[in-house]
Design a protein around this ligand. Sequence first.
Ligand SMILES: Cc1cc2nc3c(=O)[nH]c(=O)nc-3n(C[C@H](O)[C@H](O)[C@H](O)COP(=O)(O)OP(=O)(O)OC[C@H]3O[C@@H](n4cnc5c(N)ncnc54)[C@H](O)[C@@H]3O)c2cc1C
Length: 456
Amino acid sequence: MQRVTVIGAGIAGSEAAWQLAERGIAVRLIEMRPLRQTPVHDSDRFAELVCSNSLKSIDTKTAAGALKRELARLGSVVLHAALAARVPAGSALAVDRGIFSRAITAQLSSHTNIEVVRGEVESLDGIIESKELCILATGPLTSASLAESIQGVLGKENLAFFDAAAPIISAEPLDRDRLFAQSRYSSDEKDYLNAAMDRETYEDFITQLIVAQRIVLKDFESHDLFQACQPLEEIARKGRDALRFGALKPVGLIDPRTDRRPWAAVQLRAENTDRTAYNLVGFQTNLTFAAQQQVFRMIPGLERAEFLRYGVMHRNTFINSPQLLDSSLSLSRIGLPTIRFAGQITGTEGYVEAIGSGLMAALGTYAQIKGLPEPVLPQQTLLGSLLRYATDPNTLDYQPMHVNYGIMMPLEQPIRSKQQRYLAYSQRARQALDDFIDDRPDLRFLPPYSLPLIQD
Ligand SMILES: Cc1cc2nc3c(=O)[nH]c(=O)nc-3n(C[C@H](O)[C@H](O)[C@H](O)COP(=O)(O)OP(=O)(O)OC[C@H]3O[C@@H](n4cnc5c(N)ncnc54)[C@H](O)[C@@H]3O)c2cc1C
């Protein structure tokens, strides 16, 4: 019987270990805490929630809620523990973090197929040499020595230590009449959407940007971020024209409505192949989410912008998944098919997303052991579309992403109303997952259970 090593008993690693163990696979689960702590964990428990105790919405019309429905259907143990530890929080699934992580620790530690080892894995060399199956789920604060080893294997350019993510907005509510498609220096290429600003609009924008409310970084984050790159609002503070010579430079652009170069221009770059989402080029920011809505909706054409993810800048270790991982989250593309990644280190962001990638990394490993076809979730599902985004080589300038409807395969019939559109995505996702589960009994899915979901 082949044994699987899971490194990191956080949210993703705990789910992965359980899924394998329940399918009769021997698992060695290695966790460095309490021997070595991260700057944010403070216990020796598995699946410790490091910040908020909310796992977000249980309304299945939202992407977060529909993802939970998928994970309950797939028999996730971590989500089940969250349900048992639930505290009242309206339409959110919030948990008593102590009850939650104690329950998962006890459940995994007493499983006959799981051997828990406490200690830091400092290098991947032994695992690569032995060719043993491994799921690496060491999270956003992977220890320094292991991170160095990962860099050695994947290349320095393929492991980042911080997010410097610009906001991503939905294509749907953009006012196309106020935007023009053009690449810089070329009127033939139309890779970018551009929002032209005249002098007055630019000045108003800068005035609001420099006074807008910012997020206060934690001490351990400030140093790395300072070295990484400067947020948009910091650059604006250096001089009112600084952004006109930086992210908002109009050079090489001609607005077809005036036949002139605009005073300043914001560029939007497609975020996915389907062009359902765009990012604001160069808009790395530390503004609060409310301030981002207020200030960035001042940009012409973005008045009704719908934020699929807000800009963030914080400490985060993640690999360049689209260029490295195959659709079952393994490093097969670079000749290491026995090593998989799961959780935040893949660039999928958020607690529930970590559960999802942990679960799918386990299914991929199980299929590999049993010689089954690779399990690839349909793109119509929430989890399938997130993993597709994270492993699609066409995803450029990869920045962490949480689940959202903007990265999903477009509907066959476009729906204008946002509510109706989300409902359609959600219902399509449910059907697609049901079909997938029916088609793949060989994957031995764990029993589904119900969550107190607000159903569509
Ligand atoms: C400061 C901060 C705040 C956050 N707040 C939120 C939030 O409010 N909501 C949200 O959804 N997400 C939040 N996140 C993201 C959050 O970390 C992820 O959603 C989630 O914890 C990722 O799960 P994971 O399993 O990938 O990593 P983790 O849960 O962090 O698990 C990784 C595990 O690996 C262990 N480990 C690390 N290195 C080694 C090693 N070398 N050897 C052995 N074990 C190792 C760690 O001790 C840890 O137990 C936050 C992240 C940070 C850094």
